[in-house]
Write a protein that binds this ligand. Structure first.
Ligand code: CP
Length: 312
């Protein structure tokens, strides 16, 4: 099978066999990152632009690392260092980037739909590195890769996602991705942080955190996205931690071999206690390690893989 997609914009537009192909490719890339010399010539001569209009530690650095490990030339601009601050529109900025002939543009943007918009205006592949509250496909793919690697499968697992679902693009992409791959997804959050109709993405809403965690194979904790909340949606962080935080006592409700995940950044003592975040069940840093291999796979598939075989 060939990977035919020009862009990676969201999980909704990926078929389950395309998701499997991405995860298989990422698994193959992982070995490169364990070598003494972590570099292969696969994307030599290709140019990748990282355009991040929101802060990022993990996503930006792992896309950057992924590009360099595949020998692509990787350029980076931020909102504050671009002419967006002088009033240039996103589409004009994208067209000007396109004029420099990059092969891939990776965009993080505060507005939902921004990567979809520029993908219509440029020939380069566009990868969504997180848009507003909408989608974070590379995060969901690395989460699926991490679970599949550790559990040997995704189908049939109970995945519990707990936190600020309403403002989390990771939640939307994870719910869509894990349910597409045959997992049972259960979510839990304060009523004020559960968006209307979220079940349509493929999840059930648990009445409380204990019910959500009960028998879980994977527990995914999410931080409260205060930067996206217009109003205060919960009384205090202490109350939030009491009602919705993951601690050692609650973790015992999950399966014995349950995995604890978090896309980061974590707010220790709020959605997750430090002893759980750093405990034996935690695979939070493994997610970050897998993020590099997963993003290498995305670059390979859109810029150097089978879609480009004719021009090689
Ligand atoms: N998971 C994630 O998107 O983290 P960053 O915001 O640090 O990239």
């Amino acid at each position: 099978m060939w990977f035919e997609k020009k862009d990676i914009l969201d999980i909704e537009s990926l078929e389950s066999n395309e998701i499997s192909m991405i995860l298989d490719t990422a698994q193959g890339m992982k070995e490169i990152n364990e070598r003494p010399v972590k570099k292969v010539p696969t994307l030599r001569g290709k140019t990748i632009v990282l355009f991040f209009q929101e802060p990022s530690t993990r996503t930006k650095l792992s896309f950057d690392t992924a590009a360099k490990r595949l020998s692509a030339d990787c350029l980076s601009i931020s909102k504050s260092s671009s002419s967006i601050v002088k009033g240039e529109t996103l589409i004009d900025t994208a067209k000007n980037l396109e004029a420099m002939k990059p092969d891939v543009i990776v965009l993080r943007h505060p507005s939902s739909g921004a990567p979809h918009l520029i993908a219509k205006h440029v020939k380069s592949s566009v990868i969504n590195a997180g848009d507003g509250i909408h989608s974070h496909p590379s995060q969901a793919l690395l989460d699926m890769m991490s679970v599949r690697e550790r559990k040997g499968k995704i189908k049939g697992l109970k995945i519990s996602i707990i936190g600020d679902i309403a403002h989390s693009r990771v939640a939307r992409s994870d719910i869509t991705g894990f349910s597409k791959m045959g997992a049972f997804v259960s979510i839990c959050a304060p009523q004020t942080m559960i968006p209307m109709g979220i079940e349509k993405l493929g999840c059930t809403i648990s009445p409380n955190i204990e019910a959500c965690i009960d028998g879980a194979d994977v527990i995914m904790m999410l931080r409260i996205q205060k930067e996206r909340q217009g109003n205060i949606l919960f009384p205090t962080e202490r109350e939030y931690a009491t009602l919705f935080g993951l601690n050692k006592t609650r973790l015992k409700l999950a399966k014995k071999d349950a995995l604890v995940m978090h896309p980061g950044p974590m707010n220790r003592g709020v959605e997750i206690s430090s002893d759980v975040a750093d405990g034996d069940c935690s695979m939070i840093l493994e997610q970050v390690t897998n993020g590099v291999a997963l993003r290498m796979a995305l670059f390979y598939l859109v810029a150097g893989g089978s879609r480009h075989a004719d021009s090689d």
